[in-house]
Design a protein around this ligand. Structure first.
Ligand code: SF4
Length: 392
């Protein structure tokens, strides 16, 4: 795999396959354009968005507030195709993982993480990933293609339906809540999607336009209405898109996969980013801090004998010495990788709990906020770094 250039856009599947174009491959702007091209006012495109991504319409005939001749033309020229849910797994901690087959047959995974009062969806933005991070199963797949915005929305729709269908409309009954919390929880049913993280398969900033279009529809009050601060983009920090993200009007949250503040270590862990100096990443993050006044998180998977020593800690502390509001560091246990199709083994192991505590304490002493992230869904290979589109 060659060095990834963020200017190179991975192919996005156009759905046509010699048949009618799937109208759900179009995002909000694209549907408004279709409306005007067919002689309608742009608001007809908004209505299409509502039907396709809000209501999950499967046929143009359902879209009763659209003019009949417009519906007939759409039916003549487009199809309405949805992905197929291939497999659904539920972990001991109630995390759910979904294997989804897209219209072109490729597979992608989505994770839903229920908690007492919230439901977080970890969605994928690409099939596979070009970044090749050595601790990540998705990275070992390589990149197959980027997802269209609608395919990201599909993942949310699937989770929303699953939590409604599988629980009879009361997902809270199935959550791991303490007995004292049940009365509170039971009054808040059904559990709705409250948070979205673009942290599944893929590098969102390598599919920037489609990812932002999807996040905007997730934020749209007429669709999911999830507040921008509850929508997080997790990226390894491609510089140019990061600078662009710093100027977006929405208050989306940013998470950076750092994993080491030592250049040689990070290059070894994240080989496809080795062209990108850490000093430039830090500068871009300072620009982000100054432009947005929002605090990004730094993701740090602690790996035994790799990035858990004193020199790595000192480098991390230096990296975090930035203007207010500063960074929040998430310390993450390395989850075991699934068996890879190539037969490659996973030589890396998670750092000891004592190393986690040492890092957390040192960060606190340096006034850097930090937390140890509890892995969710590891027994179904649904935790960070484990997604690999495995059908078996
Ligand atoms: S950690 Fe993220 S950027 Fe790295 S290979 Fe995995 S999905 Fe891609």
């Amino acid at each position: 795999m060659g060095c990834v250039n963020e200017k190179q856009k991975p192919k996005t599947y156009n759905y046509s396959m010699g048949k009618k174009l799937n109208i759900r491959s179009l995002d909000h702007a694209g549907l408004r354009e279709i409306a005007t091209r067919y002689g309608q006012k742009p608001f007809r495109g908004d209505q299409l968005v509502h039907w396709l991504y809000g209501r999950g319409a499967r046929d143009f005939a359902e879209m009763v507030n659209l003019p009949g001749d417009f519906r007939a033309k759409l039916d003549r020229d487009f199809e309405v195709a949805y992905p197929t849910l291939v497999k659904r797994q539920v972990a001991a901690d109630k995390t759910r993982k979904y294997l989804v087959q897209l219209a072109d047959g490729t597979l992608v995974e989505t994770v839903a993480i229920p908690e007492r009062r919230r439901l977080t969806v970890c969605l994928s933005t690409q099939v596979g990933c070009a970044m090749g991070c050595v601790f990540c199963a998705t990275g070992q797949m390589g990149l197959m293609r980027s997802l269209a915005a609608g395919e990201m929305l599909d993942q949310l729709m699937m989770v929303r339906q699953d939590f409604a269908d599988a629980t009879g409309g009361d997902a809270v009954d199935r959550l791991p809540v303490a007995p004292a919390a049940v009365a509170v929880a039971a009054s808040t049913s059904p559990l709705r999607i409250s948070n979205v993280v673009a942290m599944g398969q893929g590098e969102p900033f390598a599919n920037y336009d489609a990812t932002l279009a999807a996040l905007r529809m997730i934020n749209d009050p007429a669709l999911y209405g999830i507040g921008a601060r509850h929508i997080t983009v997790s990226t390894c920090g491609l510089l140019r898109p990061l600078e662009r993200f710093a100027t977006e009007p929405e208050q989306f949250t940013l998470a950076i996969s750092l994993h080491s503040a030592v250049q040689a270590t990070r290059d070894a862990l994240m080989p496809e980013l080795s062209h990108q100096p850490l000093a430039q990443l830090r500068e871009a993050l300072i620009y982000y801090l100054q432009n947005t006044s929002r605090r990004p998180s730094l993701e740090y998977v602690l790996i035994a004998g790799v990035n858990d020593n004193a020199a790595e800690l000192a480098a991390l502390l230096d990296f975090c010495a930035v203007p207010a509001p500063g960074f929040h560091v998430n310390l993450i246990r390395l989850n075991p990788l699934p068996a890879l199709a190539s037969g490659a083994s996973q030589p890396l192991t998670s750092a000891a709990p004592a190393a986690m505590r040492t890092f957390q304490k040192a960060l606190a002493q340096a006034n850097v906020s930090a937390s140890v992230r509890t892995p969710r869904g590891a027994d179904i290979l649904g935790a960070c770094g484990q997604l690999a589109s495995q059908g078996a």
